[in-house]
Design a protein around this ligand. Structure first.
Ligand code: GLY
Length: 280
């Protein structure tokens, strides 16, 4: 069993020791809870459970504490994919729910698997997800100061391998922050979240770059065709250099290899494969 999670980019990781410590502790606790859950649940159930914990932690840009779009509203996106069935479901620009990943999970059993905007909100309400305001005072202060120029990405994600060797991936985000209303993130597309029976990948970074680079499916396809996950990830991230693309990646391959890499400093992550390891 393996579980790897990320909390997106944290550009002040060298200078802001207090927040660095808080993120390390949060990721350590969540990876431990997720790994414990994985002992009695399969990979797809575990990635949803773990990403919901990350969404509930206001240190990250997903669920509670999501970034605010330029019109003052929070719209969130999340998706999950099952490597065994190859089914993908997601919500794009959903508002007023606590855990977008749980709404995405609800869509897994439906014929229509990805909903956006009003359709996603109506689906959530119809299925019993109550109104919840994910805004935090810190995000409102950032929005009011128009802090759109700094890197404030903190998308969250999880890849799990269960006791049967099956893989699943889930990713959730509040987006780039201060973006044009209804701009679409990579996190609820295959570009940012993809898995099959050979490898699973969750991305963070600038959604436009991740879509341009088709990052997650490219890595997974390369592993499927025989590359190691390390080589596949390095090659794929290297290809982003031609347009200075910004992406961070976590992944697990079917042979048990785990991997994380980023194009810019610094993606925060944690791994549990029997022992816990946290970014430093
Ligand atoms: N990767 C998150 C976003 O760009 O929306």
């Amino acid at each position: 069993m393996k579980l790897i999670i990320h909390g997106g980019f944290f550009s002040e990781w060298k200078t802001n020791q207090e927040v660095k410590y808080a993120k390390q502790e949060a990721l350590r606790e969540i990876v431990q809870l997720g790994y414990r859950y994985l002992q009695t649940h399969n990979a797809i159930e575990t990635v949803v459970y773990t990403v919901a914990l990350l969404e509930d932690c206001d240190l990250f840009n997903a669920g509670t504490g999501s970034q605010i779009q330029s019109d003052g509203k929070i719209r969130m996106s999340a998706s999950l994919m099952d490597g065994k069935t190859l089914q993908f479901s997601g919500v794009i620009n959903i508002e007023g729910v606590r855990n977008p990943i749980r709404v995405a999970e609800k869509l897994m059993s439906r014929e229509d698997k990805v909903l956006s905007g009003k359709g996603a909100i109506e689906f959530a309400r119809y299925n019993g997800f109550p109104y919840y305001n994910p805004e935090t005072p810190m995000r409102r202060r950032e929005y009011e100061k128009r802090l759109s120029d700094s890197i404030r990405m903190g998308t969250v994600g999880c890849v799990a391998m269960d006791i049967y060797g099956d893989l699943a991936a889930a990713t959730s985000t509040g987006g780039k922050g201060f973006q044009i209303p209804f701009r679409v993130s990579d996190s609820a597309t295959a570009a940012g979240n993809y898995v099959n029976q050979y490898a699973g990948v969750s991305c963070t970074g600038i959604g436009e770059d991740i879509v341009s680079g088709a990052v997650a499916p490219k890595i997974v396809t390369r592993v499927t065709d025989g590359m190691t996950i390390q080589a596949a990830t390095n090659k794929t991230l290297n290809e982003l250099k031609s347009f200075n693309g910004c992406a961070g990646v976590i992944g697990i391959a079917a042979n048990g290899d785990t991997f994380h890499a980023d194009t810019h400093p610094y993606m925060v992550w944690a791994l549990h494969d029997g022992l816990v390891e946290v970014f430093n």
